[in-house]
Design a protein around this ligand. Structure first.
Ligand code: ZN
Length: 144
């Protein structure tokens, strides 16, 4: 994915899934129910099995659903901690937030320095875009 494509990504479940896969590298433990997260039972009468969850009513959010990285700051902060990012608020001028590595000086919006990773209208969105760029860059490094 090219940097300009990443900058055009919108917040939402699709971006969350992309971040879970490419950035956080979340892998589901196949011994757990994908709906409720409990360990799978051997038989349906004992609990959840791979084709049926025993939880009624079903949870609002599936256990294997990606965290709301692009809309929720708490979820996005897991990315910040994983990659040691620095989040700046750029006053009241859009795009409002930009993300870089610690030690980078805050730049003016529209005149951000080359080390700015990503920007966004919200902090979680800026964080997701930035982390995807790091992940994409790492891929290139490892495969070249
Ligand atoms: Zn279940």
């Amino acid at each position: 994915m090219k940097p300009e494509e990443i900058d055009a990504l919108k917040a939402g479940p699709e971006l969350d899934a992309l971040v879970a896969r490419e950035v956080m590298r979340v892998e589901w433990d196949e011994k757990r129910c994908r709906i409720c997260g409990w360990p799978l039972a051997k038989e349906l009468k004992d609990g959840c099995v791979d084709f049926s969850c025993s939880l009624r009513p079903a949870p609002e959010r599936r256990a294997d659903a990606p965290a709301p990285y692009s809309t929720d700051l708490e979820a996005a902060w897991m990315i910040v901690e994983k990659w040691h990012l620095c989040v700046h608020r750029a006053g009241s001028v859009q795009p409002f937030y930009w993300v870089g590595y610690p030690g980078d000086l805050p730049g003016m919006v529209g005149d951000v320095d080359n080390r700015t990773l990503g920007t966004g209208e919200t902090a979680p969105l800026a964080i997701c875009r930035s982390a995807l760029k790091i992940a994409a860059f790492e891929e290139c490094e490892h495969h070249s």
